[in-house]
Design a protein around this ligand. Structure first.
Ligand code: ATP
Ligand code: MG
Length: 344
């Protein structure tokens, strides 16, 4: 290998990370998304000594199913790091995994953060990546990364609006000329939808279900506006008898369960519109808003937002990887996007 090749190889190891509360995606410079796994770590307690048992896909299957000495943890909550040590372990594991077979070369890492995160939280994310072996860590705001991933014209003098509904946070942002004109990070997103379904099943059917089951119901049967007539079997524990029980639910049920959350999101979008300068509002009437994040996949969410805000609503292609793709583009085209990156 010549000198140029070895330099190129080290350079190609720079990476972008979408460190999400639900999923972590890693993009290698020039190579696109190379890893996409749940942000879950399983820890085993061996006589007081804690060791990482599994990370990502393997650990997620253990959520809610672990024996006493094992715990499956989601180290990020509400879009921020709730457990630093475990987050660091997770980042290290993923970095090692994508570098399989090649020498580890202290990469430059670009990580996206929710707009609502405080300087202390940003510094913590940066420190975790540095401790995991990064040479230099830069941050990008999540809705900006989402907009870049969705190919919105954010560098131009026109208004673009992103609503990114992740696991922990919903980011609502209006952008123009490469900057945020308005942004709000709502701590109501996919996880809250799961909790709302758990609560609804308890109240309406006396049925106790876990978060994983609730998430499955949301993906397969959840809707923002009931339109289908299928029924869906839900298994759980009867709260009165304590024994396993199965009930059938419909889209009317899930729409009712998710109604309050939809109202909160529409309220936040309306707040954003009220706080947007008139020239940009005029642009949004034509451009509409773009939905990204896993929550964009909730059935009929676009119809509901459009009806209640009066704006056209677009769902980005592949909403689950939009932020990662955008973060990767910002890494690849450093000069174009340099003003949108920050460091603590
Ligand atoms: N088909 C679907 N319908 C509804 N919700 C879905 C669907 N598919 C995935 N989700 C939800 O999307 C969420 C994950 O989205 P995403 O990966 O964008 O979040 P994240 O980036 O990890 O979180 P955050 O941005 O808040 O840190 C989860 O709550 C998941 O249940
Ligand atoms: Mg996200």
């Amino acid at each position: 290998m010549g000198l140029f090749d070895s330099v190129k190889k080290i350079w190609s190891q720079d990476m972008a990370i979408d460190l999400g509360t639900a999923n972590t995606l890693v993009v290698l410079k020039g190579q696109g998304v190379v890893l996409n796994e749940p942000s879950v770590v399983a820890i085993v307690d061996q006589g007081g000594k804690k060791n990482v048992l599994a990370v990502g896909d393997e650990a997620k299957t253990m959520l809610g199913r672990t024996p006493g000495n094992i715990s499956a943890i989601r180290p990020l909550r509400d879009g921020v790091i709730a457990d630093f040590i475990v987050t660091e372990e997770m980042i290290k594991h993923f970095i090692k995994k994508v570098h399989k077979g090649s020498t580890f070369a202290n990469p430059r890492i670009l990580i996206c953060v929710p707009t609502g995160s405080t300087p202390v939280e940003r510094k913590a994310i940066q420190d975790s990546a540095l401790a995991a072996g990064a040479r230099r860590v830069q941050l990008i705001e999540e809705p900006i990364a989402a907009a870049i991933g969705a190919n919105l014209p954010i560098s131009e003098a026109t208004g673009s609006m992103i609503v990114d509904i992740g696991g922990g946070t919903s980011e609502i942002a209006v952008m123009s000329l490469g900057g945020l004109v308005y942004s709000k990070s709502l701590r109501v997103a996919g996880d809250s939808m799961d909790t709302a379904i758990v609560d609804y099943m308890r109240k309406e059917y006396n049925l106790l279900i876990g978060d994983t089951t609730a998430e499955k119901i949301k993906k397969e049967m959840g809707t923002a506006v009931p339109t289908g007539t299928n029924t869906y079997p839900v298994k759980g524990r009867d709260l009165r008898s304590g024994t396993p029980k199965e009930v059938n639910i419909t889209e009317e049920d899930t729409a009712e369960a998710l109604n309050d959350i939809m109202k909160q999101m529409v309220g936040a979008i309306k707040d954003a519109l009220e706080n947007t300068p008139p020239e940009l509002s005029a642009d949004l009437v034509d451009m509409g808003l773009t939905l990204t994040g896993g929550g964009a996949l909730l059935k009929n969410i676009d119809k509901r937002f459009s009806k209640e805000t009066g704006l056209p609503v677009h769902i980005a292609d592949d909403p689950l990887s939009c932020v990662a793709v955008g973060t990767g583009k910002a890494l690849d085209q450093e000069e174009t996007f340099s003003t949108m990156l920050s460091e603590y």
